[in-house]
Ligand binder design. Structure first.
Ligand code: 5AD
Ligand code: SF4
Length: 355
């Protein structure tokens, strides 16, 4: 007797093999409905445990400038948003925030900003050097697109990782949403970062206008081709001071499904429970940790400017006191039996091997 398995079950079984799912199977998994969703989440949770273990890496983020020369349609930091008060933290204040992160026991700081040419490549290199000299911290940079030479000197200064999200793998949608950029140039930057030996992070937004399941499948396939060590997957959230103010937000379930499928395709990558997801749903962190995520990024930006890094409205981490936030995260992790990691949380990927 021949039993015909449904395509979802076949795709899920294939996802758990060494080769992982192909793009059509990724699309099938992304279409999970009803009872398939808890099955998908359970498979992603198992893949997470096998690939990266139970610990959760905590990466302290410092948003040191909200100036941006670009005009992405979805983002509150876009240059045409004249309603946003802009700030740049002086170097001493960035160093203080890094010191606070180290003092609280974090092992990574993420330095993030809009694309702000005010800070020269040499300024950033000095900052990285100072942090590495004073503290036992891994440094992740998230400063957008720069020349290869800038990436090179930052790497030489000691930067360990770089986050540069692809946002979407659809070239036409990318060009529409990011009128200053092209997908091709962005991918070039990602390949340079790889070549220079950074642990490289990409990621996307779920629920962008015009995005389809096929787009999301391609997003995940592209992250796998890029062989990323990190991938940030969060919902699109409309901001009232951007051209996309009237667009519907991304959905919680669709974001979790995308995260779960990404985990199946990138078993050894570090996947954060994004702040955007917690902004959409108060249980965002624990839901994401249950279907593939293994990273949380607490905000260590000084409180005097925290509410000005408004890429989307009602950002969940605004107003947190860093000491209390750490306690809250530890309590959340204790409840989930997911211990906070004590190491740097470098990617466990074998150099140049598959994720
Ligand atoms: N909704 C969700 N995420 C956003 N980002 C920017 N604007 C939004 C938005 N409206 C994310 C992008 C980008 C980072 C700066 O924040 O993924 O990489
Ligand atoms: Fe600037 Fe990045 Fe926002 Fe685009 S997404 S406007 S590059 S901060």
């Amino acid at each position: 007797m021949c039993i015909k398995l449904n395509p979802f079950t076949v795709a899920l079984n294939n996802a758990l093999t060494d080769k992982g799912p192909g793009q059509p199977e990724i699309e099938t998994l992304l279409g999970a409905k009803g009872r398939q969703i808890p099955q998908l989440f359970a498979a992603a949770d198992r893949a997470r445990r096998r690939g990266v273990g139970d610990t959760v890496h905590l990466r302290a983020i410092i948003e040191f400038s909200n100036h941006c020369r670009k005009n992405c349609l979805y983002c509150g930091l876009r240059r045409d948003n004249k309603t946003l008060p802009r700030y740049r933290l002086p170097v001493e204040e960035i160093m203080d925030a890094a010191g606070r992160a180290a003092g609280l026991g974090y092992r990574t700081v993420v330095l993030q900003s809009g694309e702000d040419p005010y800070f020269s490549a040499a300024d950033i290199a000095r900052l990285v050097e100072q942090i590495k000299a004073r503290h036992d911290l891994a440094v992740t940079l998230s400063l957008g697109e720069r020349r290869r030479e800038a990436y090179r000197i930052w790497r030489e200064a000691g930067a360990d990782r770089y986050l540069l999200k692809q946002e979407t793998s659809d070239p036409a949608l990318f060009g529409y949403l990011k009128p200053d950029d092209s997908l091709q140039e962005r991918l070039q930057c990602l390949w340079w970062l790889r070549e220079l030996g950074y642990q490289t992070g990409s990621g996307n937004m779920v629920g962008l206008p015009g995005q389809t399941t096929a787009t999301l499948a391609r997003d995940i396939a592209l992250m796998r081709e890029l062989d990323v060590e990190m991938a940030g997957i969060g919902p699109f959230l409309p901001h009232q001071d951007t051209p996309l103010r009237d667009t519907a937000p991304g959905k919680l379930e669709a974001t979790l499904v995308t995260l779960a499928v990404a985990r199946l395709c990138l078993p050894r990558a570090h996947l954060p429970a994004t702040t955007a997801l917690s902004t959409l749903a108060p249980q965002g962190h624990s839901l994401a940790l249950g279907c593939g995520a293994n990273v949380i990024m607490p905000n260590l930006t000084p409180s005097r400017v925290r509410d000005k890094y408004l890429i989307y409205p009602q950002k969940a981490d605004i107003g947190d006191d860093p000491v209390q936030a750490k306690k809250d995260i530890e309590a959340l992790l204790a409840g989930l039996a997911r211990p906070p990691a004590t190491d740097y949380g470098h990617a466990r990927k074998i150099p140049s091997g598959r994720n």
